[in-house]
Ligand binder design. Structure first.
Ligand SMILES: [Zn+2]
Ligand SMILES: [Zn+2]
Length: 197
């Protein structure tokens, strides 16, 4: 979750599955006095889409994702069954994100970067003004996203990291879907999968 000075927030990859987790999200937003204005998915693996429907129904937000990620979203319920985690998939309107465009949240903006490889339509959200990128499951602290799921490709993932992450200033913070925050510079020097690129 990301919010600006006007307390408008954007909800990215809501992973809430159980009722208690949904309550936690709702209570957290209310306690902080935030107004959700945008629902984004970096990509549509299970743990990133569970809460889409809840967010849509609670705050009336339509889902924004990359068009190439639509098949992954459609596959999510079947994947949920396989993992014994059945859920109601989002079935509201879809708004497609285009690389190079900007998402506006009040006065602030996020650049949409196309970063496939972990998933075919993965996107990352970059704020040049605030020096961070939200990368979903592309680049982790000393690790990278897995590429063995449908539509994944190691070559494509490494290329995404090289062209879309490692071209950013070293001090850029990288927030990922799992694990601690890191920086572009740290990963350039220490990430065993993409070192020295
Ligand atoms: Zn993923
Ligand atoms: Zn994930």
């Amino acid at each position: 979750m990301l919010y600006n000075e006007q307390k408008q927030c954007c909800i990215i990859d809501p992973g809430c599955y159980f009722e208690a987790e949904k309550d936690e999200l709702k209570t957290g937003i209310e306690k902080a006095g935030l107004t959700p204005v945008l629902l984004l998915n970096t990509h549509c693996h299970l743990d990133h889409v569970f809460g889409n429907k809840f967010v849509h129904e609670t705050w009336g937000l339509d889902l924004h994702l990359h068009e190439k990620e639509k098949p992954v979203l459609d596959f999510a319920p079947l994947s949920g069954e396989r993992w014994q985690l059945p859920f109601d998939n989002y079935n509201g309107p879809l708004v497609y994100l285009k690389e190079g465009n900007f998402i506006k949240i009040g006065e602030d903006q996020l650049e949409i970067r196309f970063t496939p490889g972990h998933s075919p339509g993965s996107v990352s959200f970059y704020s040049a003004a605030d020096g961070f990128i939200i990368g979903g499951d592309v680049l982790f602290n000393r690790s990278i996203g897995r590429t063995d799921l449908p539509g994944g490709s190691m070559d494509t993932l490494v290329e995404s990291i090289r062209t879309q992450f490692f071209t950013l200033p070293d001090e850029t913070k990288v927030y990922s879907g799992h694990g601690p925050v890191t920086t572009v510079g740290y990963e350039k020097a220490n990430n065993p999968f993409v070192k020295g690129m």
